[in-house]
Write a protein that binds this ligand. Structure first.
Ligand SMILES: Cc1cc2nc3c(=O)[nH]c(=O)nc-3n(C[C@H](O)[C@H](O)[C@H](O)COP(=O)(O)OP(=O)(O)OC[C@H]3O[C@@H](n4cnc5c(N)ncnc54)[C@H](O)[C@@H]3O)c2cc1C
Length: 407
């Protein structure tokens, strides 16, 4: 880490730096200038000191920075849906394996995955059905529960030792927590919440695309001078490869060098939030309600259609902001990105911020009273009409059909 160094032999205690510091981080104590925790290394004191008695010391740069060519390979951090053995691979990890393969092929390099946890005996068997070259398994008791400091310490040690040029992880709650810490430990950059990843194979630079300025522009971000190039990627925006037959994949059981354990964080208890949002990202069928639903009671009919189709309920921001549906159900730029087989949009206009969250659904059905609503531009099937009339007819048709089939 960078730090402010005081060269006491040069310091005359003139206190100009004390006055210049916008954060009150400098004070004279027992005849010496001292720096407190408030210091953010802004350098205001360094500039004002007439004796050059202050310096911001840059961290010793690892060879990672000076010799980019030593970093090779694409890595995906695979997350499991639970910590205990038997846990499945979360969908976004599969999506990243698909995209990671494409990036690795474009760079003529290898694709590896890293799994951290405890009781991971089954994981290599599940993963070797994907197009991988190597699986790093870090199985350690201290990784049983997710603690972001511990996961970041392990991943940064492994990446620092084996030197991948690209390191990817899903923008899940855990990924968002520990990946930035890992990037800081590796002294590299991170682009969070990407919706697109490509590669400039000539320069070996990862092109990381994400919405910026409230979603009004798509920014493509590069990290050309540091390695690894790190990105978290939104769930549901990339295609998921189908697992094939098991193939030969190198499996490396790796262990961190020192004791793990985190001094600052202790897990006291776990509470599972029962809001229904968790299964939205993995649902095959979603019936979503928007401003056209007209009220919280209007969501009963949405839930009824979801039940008839074996799906779950989603919502637009208009519905969530009105308090008709919980935030966990919100789909779109500031909600969840989903990729179901069937998406039924009821009373949703089709604003761009909603579309970014659902337009990769396999089949989109829209119900809207306005034939000019933009949702019809992305819909495969559309019903122009009042949802309070259309939905009950749809439910009756589905149930009649089911009855006929069961006879
Ligand atoms: C930075 C930013 C982030 C955002 N993030 C999100 C996000 O994550 N998700 C999101 O959804 N939005 C988001 N928004 C808001 C977005 O711009 C829209 O305001 C929002 O999607 C509108 O929701 P809606 O289409 O359900 O409601 P409305 O705009 O109110 O549209 C209602 C629709 O229902 C139709 N309708 C009305 N009555 C009926 C009826 N009886 N039967 C059938 N149809 C009917 C109307 O014709 C209309 O098309 C964001 C906006 C900003 C600026």
């Amino acid at each position: 880490m960078s730090e402010l160094r005081i060269i006491h032999e040069k310091c005359t205690l003139c206190e100009r730096c004390v006055k210049a510091c916008p954060f009150d981080a400098l004070r004279v104590c027992d005849g010496l200038l001292r720096v407190g925790e408030e210091c953010v290394l802004c350098g205001a004191c360094v500039k004002i000191c007439p004796e050059a008695a202050l310096e911001v010391e840059e961290p010793v740069r690892s060879d990672s920075v000076s010799d980019l060519r030593r970093w090779r390979g694409v890595w995906v951090v695979v997350e499991l849906s639970g910590e205990e053995s038997g846990a499945g691979i979360v969908p976004v990890s599969c999506e990243l394996i698909g995209r990671g393969r494409r990036l690795a092929d474009a760079l003529s390099t290898e694709l590896s995955v890293v799994v951290m946890g405890h009781g991971l005996d089954h994981v290599a068997g599940d993963l070797c059905r994907f197009p991988l070259d190597r699986i790093y398994i870090v199985d350690h008791e201290e990784l049983k529960d997710f603690i972001s400091e511990t996961h970041a310490a392990v991943l940064s040690e492994l990446a620092g030792e084996r030197k991948p040029e690209i390191l990817l992880c899903g923008a899940t709650a855990n990924g968002r927590a520990f990946f930035p810490r890992t990037a800081a430990l590796l002294h590299t950059g991170l682009t969070a919440d990407c919706t697109g990843l490509e590669v400039d194979s000539r320069r070996r630079v990862l092109l990381q695309t994400r919405p910026a300025f409230g979603g009004n522009v798509m920014a493509t971000i590069e990290c050309p001078e540091h390695r690894p190039q790190m990105a978290t990627v939104r769930p549901g925006v990339m295609a998921r490869p189908d697992p094939g037959d098991a193939r030969d994949v190198e499996v490396v059981a790796w262990q961190p060098s020192g004791a793990l354990g985190c001094r600052r964080v202790q897990l006291l208890r776990k509470t599972v939030q029962q809001e229904g949002g968790a299964n939205l990202s993995e649902a095959d069928v979603i019936v979503a309600g928007g401003g056209g639903v007209g009220g919280a009671e209007g969501f009963e009919i949405i839930a009824e259609l979801a039940r008839a189709l074996g799906g779950v309920v989603g919502a637009s921001r208009a519905a969530v902001d009105s308090g008709w549906a919980p935030y966990a159900a919100q789909i779109g730029q500031t909600g969840r990105v989903v990729q179901p087989r069937l998406y039924v949009a009821c009373g949703i206009s089709g604003a761009v911020q909603h579309l970014v969250g659902m337009q990769s659904a396999e089949t989109i059905v829209a119900i809207n009273s306005d034939p000019g609503a933009p949702i019809f531009e992305v819909a495969d099937f559309g019903f122009v009409g009042d949802l309070r009339a259309v939905i009950p007819r749809l439910i009756r048709t589905i149930e009649d059909d089911r009855r006929k089939k069961s006879r």
